[in-house]
Structures are given as structure tokens and as C-alpha cells.
Design a protein around this ligand. Structure first.
Ligand SMILES: CCC1=C(C)/C(=C/C2=NC(=C\c3[nH]c(/C=C4\NC(=O)[C@H](C)[C@H]4CC)c(C)c3CCC(=O)O)/C(CCC(=O)O)=C2C)NC1=O
Length: 184
């Protein structure tokens, strides 16, 4: 498992080079923008059960066969497994956002997941849809653009300093995209 710093070391070592130039600049940036990263992690982690349950509910709304006999969220045992998997995936995404590197997500969560799902009959496309909804809602939380229209009664806006969060948002988006592509 790597983070932004150990990744720079591994890259430099593979070239038997010192760390310098662009790599140092990007680590400087990692530090100076670090509070945005921590806020991003906090805004996902503090809303994770809402993000997960909303995504799984949305996935089921669009495909009600999932909760009928023969569907992969039927009976309750499978529904529970599905919600748990949503939490697992989101948790590993927060680790990746925190460390600034996808390796923890790849190695500990995605490695072999597609094969496991295929063996168990867990539908990959539906999982991808649930992850896609988690992505939309997590990015809204990072940017503090979630609105009552989507949040309904559970709408919640976190205290956060305004600023440009485009870089951390697109980085977080890339981790969700990795999950979706690993399952397709
Ligand atoms: C460390 C990382 C890690 C991951 C990622 C993980 C996933 C994981 N999900 C599983 C099952 C499952 N996963 C789902 C998920 C879903 N079903 C649906 O219809 C939806 C599309 C989807 C939710 C979005 C279901 C229903 C099962 C149970 C399948 C079964 O037993 O028939 C299983 C089989 C064992 C079990 O049931 O606990 C594993 C290993 N386990 C881990 O330790």
C-alpha cells in the first residue's frame, strides 16, 4: 500500500534518481492543499451511511427485480450484504482520498472483487450503478453543493470554508471510476 509520498519514493527509486523537480512540487502541493483533502475525507465519512443507503435504494428503485425472489438483494441476508459492500467500497475510497493514492483501494478491495461477484452472481452492472450514485452524492458533499432537492428530509450541509475544490473533487471522482471500471 502506497501514499503520495511513498509513491514518489518508489517512482524515483525505479529510475535510481533523487526526488526533485515536479515530484517535489506536487508533494508541496499535497501538503499545502492538505486541509481540503481532510475536509473531503470528513465530508464523505461523516455522511457515509446516508450515501450508501441512498445509492442502494436508488439502484433498487431503478431495478426492482433486485428485491424480488431471484434478485440478488433478496432475501434480507443479501440486502444486508449489499449494503455492507457499499460501505466497504466507500470506506476504501476514503482511504485512497486520504492517502492520495489508489493502491489501498486496488490491493485490499478491488483485487479479485469482479471474480468474487461473478462467482456469487452479484450483478456487476447494478453494483456499478450504486457506485455511480455514491460518486454523485460524495462529490456533492465534497463541494458542499448537496441541496434539499436531493437530500430531502435528511438534507445536511456541513460547515466548510469556501474554496476551489476542483482538484480534490476530480481526484476523488477518479477513485469511484476505478471501482466502476474494475467491475465492468
Ligand atoms: C475487503 C473488501 C471486501 C469486499 C469488497 C467484499 C465483498 C464481498 N461481497 C460478498 C457478497 C455479496 N455482495 C452482495 C452485493 C450486492 N448485491 C446486489 O444485488 C447489489 C448489486 C450489490 C450491492 C451494491 C451480495 C448480495 C452478496 C451476497 C451474495 C450471496 O451470498 O448470494 C462477498 C461474499 C462473502 C459474503 O457474503 O460476505 C464478498 C467477499 N468482502 C470483503 O472483505
Amino acid at each position: 500500500m502506497l501514499d503520495a509520498f511513498s509513491r514518489a519514493v518508489v517512482n524515483a527509486d525505479s529510475k535510481t534518481a533523487c526526488i526533485g523537480g515536479d515530484e517535489l512540487q506536487s508533494l508541496k502541493n499535497f501538503i499545502s492543499e492538505g486541509n481540503k483533502r481532510l475536509d473531503a475525507v470528513n465530508s464523505i465519512a461523516s455522511n457515509s451511511s446516508c450515501i450508501v443507503s441512498d445509492a442502494v435504494a436508488g439502484m433498487i428503485c431503478e431495478n426492482q427485480g433486485l428485491i424480488q425472489a431471484g434478485g440478488n438483494c433478496y432475501p434480507n441476508r443479501r440486502m444486508a450484504a449489499c449494503l455492507r459492500d457499499g460501505e466497504i467500497i466507500l470506506r476504501y475510497i476514503t482511504y485512497a482520498v486520504l492517502s492520495g493514492d489508489a493502491s489501498v483501494l486496488e490491493d485490499r478491495c478491488l483485487n479479485g472483487l469482479k471474480e468474487t461477484y461473478t462467482a456469487l452472481g452479484v450483478p456487476l452492472q447494478s453494483t456499478g450503478r450504486a457506485v455511480g450514485i455514491m460518486k454523485a452524492s460524495s462529490l456533492a458533499h465534497i463541494n458542499n453543493t448537496n441541496s434539499e432537492e436531493y437530500g430531502g428530509k435528511r438534507f445536511r450541509k456541513m460547515e466548510m470554508k469556501d474554496g476551489d475544490c476542483s482538484a480534490i473533487t476530480s481526484e476523488a471522482a477518479s477513485y469511484f471510476d476505478r471501482v466502476i471500471s474494475a467491475l465492468s
